[in-house]
Design a protein around this ligand. Structure first.
Ligand SMILES: [Ca+2]
Ligand SMILES: [Ca+2]
Length: 367
């Protein structure tokens, strides 16, 4: 059933793309009179942007493994770490305007903390009639709120464990999105299902759906779903991926509330097996003054609702929560250009008690 649905959606999206002539070879127009000079060839225009994040992480946050002394960005940490300074993200985004309604977006990424340098985004964006937008290539799967948001807009320096474990991030595929006259936005996508910069390991495709409804003044409510399979590295087994989420954003006066919950019955990045998982967060930003925000954020996540490791602080099995107290100082809210300071309190809710509490400091500029 899933394979049939995936095939049909691929066909619909491909026909839409072809009908716009995006994939057709351009046919040079014939000059009407031989005496006229040939028209100058229109070249694509280029636009360069990006962002940089320089970050310090407190060694008390601990490490999830013993391979290095870097403080972890997530999970239950039980190994020592040292305070560390890193380029958390350096992103360069090249947008090529190929035509009036067609852009090619390519984004490169470097992270010295995890020693990563890789391609992140590479996709065609086609604006279609009736407020439709088609994305084709590698880009963020339209699912959830926190994971889908740019790191330049998140409330906290590091995202919740729920988003890190249950959000697909980037994948290779197609997404058709639109907006109705009532303001409802929708996205329907088909993906390989294997994640970032990975080839498909099986013949089935994942499907994703996201709806965002403007429910009341200042309030928007989102619903997301993803179904499919993943074949982990070194395995020949296809594990199911079934995720459903709901989220909201409510802004009133100086306060912005964001919340999200995701249910998963299948593979996730923390358990790495077919398990039932659940996570949620609730965050509030108080716009204290023109340049300052204060943030209070709580999140909870269990990567495997049916198992507990009573002996070891185990990231694959055990539930945990995190409280983040934060302040942001904006040099420019629009860019954004800001300094973020977070203090994170981590507590396992299952298994042995560890208390890897500590601070993070980030300088962030989008250009
Ligand atoms: Ca697949
Ligand atoms: Ca558990």
């Amino acid at each position: 059933m899933l394979r049939l649905f995936a095939l049909l959606t691929w066909l619909v999206l491909a026909v839409g793309l072809l009908s716009q002539g995006v994939l057709a070879d351009p046919t040079p127009s014939q000059p009407t009179e031989a005496s006229e000079p040939p028209a100058a060839k229109r070249r694509p225009t280029l636009e360069l942007g990006g962002q940089v994040e320089i970050q310090a992480d407190d060694g008390h946050l601990g490490n999830r493994n013993t391979s290095d002394s870097m403080p972890s960005v997530d999970g239950i940490t039980r190994f020592p770490a040292a305070t560390h300074l890193s380029i958390r993200r350096l992103r360069l985004v090249l947008t090529t305007h190929l035509g009036e309604d067609v852009d090619l977006v390519v984004q490169g990424h470097t992270d010295t903390r995890s020693d990563e340098s890789e391609l992140r985004d590479c996709y065609l964006r086609v604006n279609l009639p009736h407020d439709l937008t088609l994305l084709a290539g590698q880009f963020k799967v339209r699912f959830g709120r926190e994971g889908l948001s740019s790191s330049t807009r998140t409330m906290t320096i590091e995202r919740s464990d729920m988003s890190r474990a249950l959000y697909q991030e980037r994948d290779l595929g197609l997404n058709l999105g639109g907006r109705t006259s009532s303001g409802l936005t929708w996205d329907l996508g088909i993906f390989q299902g294997q994640g970032l910069n990975a080839g498909d390991q099986n013949s089935t495709k994942d499907a994703s759906l996201r709806l965002v409804v403007p429910a009341a003044s200042g309030l928007e409510v989102g619903l997301s779903g993803q179904v499919g399979t993943v074949q982990p590295d070194g395995s020949r087994l296809d594990l199911p991926v079934r995720r459903w989420g709901t989220d909201l954003r409510y802004k009133k006066g100086l306060w912005t509330l964001e919340s999200e919950a995701t249910w998963s019955d299948g593979w996730n990045k923390f358990s790495r097996v077919d398990s039932r998982a659940f996570g949620a967060y609730l965050g509030n930003t108080w716009n204290v003054s023109k340049d300052w925000d204060a943030v209070l954020f709580y999140d909870w996540f269990d990567p495997d609702l049916d198992r507990v490791d009573a002996l070891v602080a185990n990231n694959a099995f055990n539930a945990r929560n995190r409280v983040v107290l934060g302040v942001n100082y904006y040099l420019d809210r629009e860019a954004p250009h800001r300094l973020m300071l977070n203090y994170e309190v981590h507590r396992p809710c299952e298994g042995p008690r560890v208390e890897p509490d500590g601070w993070r400091l980030r300088y962030q500029l989008r250009f």
